[in-house]
Structure formats: structure tokens, C-alpha cells
Design a protein around this ligand. Structure first.
Ligand code: NAI
Ligand code: HPV
Length: 387
């Protein structure tokens, strides 16, 4: 019986895919798996029982990745599962920033009781006129799952699209429409684009990347869209740029006490991934990753441990060792097994930055003393008998 705790509402079509011997628990303190969306886990005590966290979504800045890795807790996300939802929202953002749809709709609402509203419309509508996006220059910063979809869709709508991503993956590069111009200097985007949209993860290197200096470089009347994370933008500098008219509109999916009051800002309550389709996709992928890890020790789409896939265990037992990526770990692990007379039938060792993962299929079931010895190796973070 495995216990799963949801820190946010997770689409039922995902949780319905949990095996029959899994139960949902209200107490995170006893959970082996956690499913989460945007709940902040930074202040949370990580329970001893916890083996894995699956983020039904892309951004993992709400999860203490390193603290989890140190405790031998594998964290997953669901790459691309909500990208279409966000892409459609970015397109909507560009359109409502270009034509005053919100002002126009509000005008209709406030004149709803005017019998002559049809006539009044033709007189008043010029106040809500705008421009088309076709033919305008769009800069996309970050060409991952979302950025690539936004770039392709905007190109299909006739925009001239510039994309910037110094770490673009081969897969994402393959996905890009050939009309998207891949540029190597982000300054070209700041200096030349009419619309700029950011789709990078929140990291120490990206925090505050849209700052006063970058805003100063931008074209007069630029539209900036932020469906990534609020703190990627220095919002004090943005408020000044909006006040002066340098930035025509700032579209953000992240309300906070500052952005909610900012002039010429279209603030959306974090709705990018809030579609039935994205929520279902994310939940299904998150549950699949979580179950494959809990049942088989396989890791796919982790953000703090390496990927590893040994399929379903056919041997007498399978043991996972989560450890630091330092010399002589495999030597010590296999040495202990040899000393205890345990034969290894298959083994994978993978590393990622500071951490590593060794998955072993064994011809014997491990004695408690062997587990104790593996656990005592300096640099071992967790030993788990998967099967
Ligand atoms: N508003 C919403 O509801 C949603 C927001 N997001 C946010 O969007 C972000 C991106 O999501 P995905 O596209 O799915 O992630 P992704 O991981 O597929 O793409 C991120 C891309 O950013 C690139 N990148 C990293 N640092 C960069 C830099 N300094 N300059 C340019 N490119 C850089 C990476 O190489 C990668 O290609 C997430 O991390 C999350 O914060 C994601 C989903 C929903
Ligand atoms: O996937 C992401 O990074 C998102 O921002 C979506 O967040 P949500 O799952 O809607 O709380």
C-alpha cells in the first residue's frame, strides 16, 4: 500500500491512474509520494517517508530541489504538458495588448441600458482602436516547450519572429518553424522587437533579467509579456517604463501587490496552464512518472536526479541507491554486495551534477545487515528496496 498526498488539486484523470493499492492521504507526514502544482514547498518539513515529488507542471521554483536531493527525494516535472495552454494565453495576451478589447467590453457593459447603444458605439469605438500583430516583430526569450510553440504560432499569424535561447535542446530546435530567426544576441530582441515574451525558468541567473538597463534598450511603445514568473522582471523598473510610455503594455500572469496596481498592465490570475487539457496532461504525466519511480525505481523527467530506466524488475530484487556524485561509490556499493555474496544481474549508474543514482537488479534478496552497510557508506543519501 503506497500513500500519496496532493498539495494542490490534481486532475482526477491523473489520480485515477494510480494503481489500486495506492491510497490518497491527507497527511503529508506519512506520504511516499507528493503531487503538487504551485504550492510553496520551501518552508515545508520533508517527511522521512517521502520518496518522490511530482510537479504537475513545468516550473519547479516552488520546490526545494537541492534539499530534496540531499534527502534522497526525487523531484519530477511534466515537460511540455501545459505548453499549448500557455501558448494560447500568450497569443490572447498579445491581442488584448494591441487592441483595447477589455476597455471596449467594459464600455458595452456600462452602456448596456442605453437604448441607443448601437449608434453610440459607432461614435465611441475609436477610443478602443488598436493595431494588428501581423507584420510586427516578436522576440521570444527561451525556446523550450512554450517558447517554441509561441514562436511557431506567431510566425503562422504573420509576425516576424526572433528567438533566443543559448541552451536550446535539440528537440526544441527541431520543433521550430524555419521562419523563426534564431538569434545569438538577446540585445537584438531588446532593441528591435515590438513585442517581447519571456519563457525561461526562474533561476538565480534569470531572476530580474528584464531590468532598467534592458528596458532602456527597448523600442518606444514595446509590449512585454511575462507568462514565466513575476520576479524575472524588475517590476520597479517596469512601473517607471510604463509610467513614461516606453512600455505600452505589460501583460503578466502573476498578480502581486505591485503588478496588480501598475499602470497599463494587464494582470491575469496565473491562468496560463488552467485549461482542462493542460491540467489533464500534467496530471497524467506526473502520475506516470511517480508510479514508475515508486514501482520500478525508474527516473524520467526528474529535475534533481539523472534519468535511469531498467524497465520492470525480473530479478529476485531491485535496490536503488541515491548518492553523491563522488569517486568510488560504485566500488563501495558493489564491494559490499560481493562481500555479502550477492550477485548483481544488472546495474545502471547515472549522475547529474552533484548527485548520482545507482539501480541494481540482484539475484538475492538483501539481508538487513547488507542494507545497513550500504546506508553507512559516506555519501549515500538513501537506499531503497524497490522490489
Ligand atoms: N503561466 C503559467 O501558467 C506557466 C508558466 N510556466 C513558466 O514558464 C517557464 C518555461 O516553461 P517551459 O517552456 O515549459 O520550460 P522549458 O524547460 O521547456 O523551456 C525553458 C527554456 O528556457 C531556456 N533558457 C534557460 N535560461 C535561459 C536564458 N537565460 N535565456 C534564454 N533562454 C533560457 C532553456 O534552454 C529552455 O529551452 C517555466 O519554467 C515556468 O516558470 C510554465 C508553464 C505554465
Ligand atoms: O507549470 C507551471 O510552471 C505553471 O506555472 C502552472 O502552474 P499551475 O499548475 O497552474 O499552478
Amino acid at each position: 500500500m503506497k500513500k500519496i498526498h496532493c498539495l494542490n488539486n490534481i486532475s482526477k484523470c491523473g489520480t485515477d491512474r494510480l494503481p489500486q493499492d495506492y491510497v490518497m492521504t491527507d497527511s503529508v507526514g506519512e506520504a511516499e509520494g507528493v503531487l503538487v502544482r504551485s504550492a510553496n514547498m520551501h518552508e515545508m518539513e520533508l517527511p522521512e517517508s517521502l520518496l518522490a515529488v511530482a510537479r504537475a507542471g513545468a516550473g519547479v521554483n516552488n520546490i526545494p530541489l537541492d534539499a530534496c536531493a540531499q534527502e534522497g527525494i526525487v523531484v519530477f516535472n511534466t515537460p511540455g504538458a501545459n505548453a499549448n495552454g500557455v501558448k494560447e494565453m500568450v497569443l490572447a495576451g498579445m491581442l488584448i495588448a494591441s487592441r483595447d478589447l477589455i476597455g471596449g467590453i467594459e464600455w458595452c457593459r456600462s452602456n448596456a441600458d442605453d437604448e441607443n447603444i448601437a449608434k453610440a458605439t459607432e461614435k465611441s469605438k475609436k477610443a478602443f482602436a488598436g493595431c494588428e500583430i501581423k507584420g510586427k516583430k516578436l522576440g521570444v526569450i527561451g525556446l523550450g516547450a512554450i517558447g517554441a510553440e509561441v514562436a511557431n504560432a506567431a510566425a503562422a499569424l504573420g509576425m516576424e519572429v526572433y528567438g533566443y535561447d543559448p541552451y536550446i535542446s535539440v528537440n526544441a530546435a527541431w520543433m521550430l518553424n524555419r521562419d523563426v530567426k534564431h538569434i545569438t544576441s538577446v540585445d537584438k530582441i531588446y532593441q528591435e522587437c515590438d513585442y517581447i515574451t519571456i519563457h525561461v525558468p526562474l533561476l538565480e541567473t534569470t531572476r530580474g533579467m528584464i531590468n532598467k538597463e534592458k528596458l532602456d534598450e527597448m523600442k518606444e511603445g514595446v509590449v512585454v509579456l511575462n507568462f514565466a514568473r513575476d520576479v524575472l522582471v524588475d517590476e520597479d523598473a517596469m512601473a517607471e517604463a510604463l509610467e513614461s510610455g516606453k512600455v505600452h503594455r505589460y501583460v503578466t500572469d502573476f498578480p502581486n501587490p505591485k503588478s496588480a496596481h501598475m499602470k497599463n498592465t494587464i494582470v491575469i490570475p496565473h491562468l496560463g496552464a488552467s485549461t482542462e487539457e493542460s491540467e489533464d496532461n500534467c496530471a497524467k504525466m506526473a502520475v506516470k512518472e511517480l508510479v514508475d519511480y515508486l514501482e520500478n525505481g525508474n527516473i524520467k523527467n526528474s529535475v534533481n536526479y539523472p534519468n535511469c530506466d531498467m524497465g520492470v524488475c525480473q530479478a529476485a530484487s531491485r535496490v536503488a541507491v541515491l548518492h553523491m556524485n563522488i569517486p568510488n561509490m560504485i566500488g563501495q556499493i558493489t564491494g559490499i554486495l560481493a562481500e555479502q555474496g550477492v550477485n548483481i544481474s544488472d546495474m545502471t549508474n547515472k549522475s547529474r551534477d552533484k548527485y548520482a543514482y545507482t539501480l541494481l537488479d540482484l539475484e538475492n534478496v538483501l539481508e538487513p545487515i547488507t542494507l545497513q552497510k550500504l546506508n553507512a557508506i559516506k555519501g549515500v543519501l538513501r537506499v531503497r528496496v524497490v522490489r
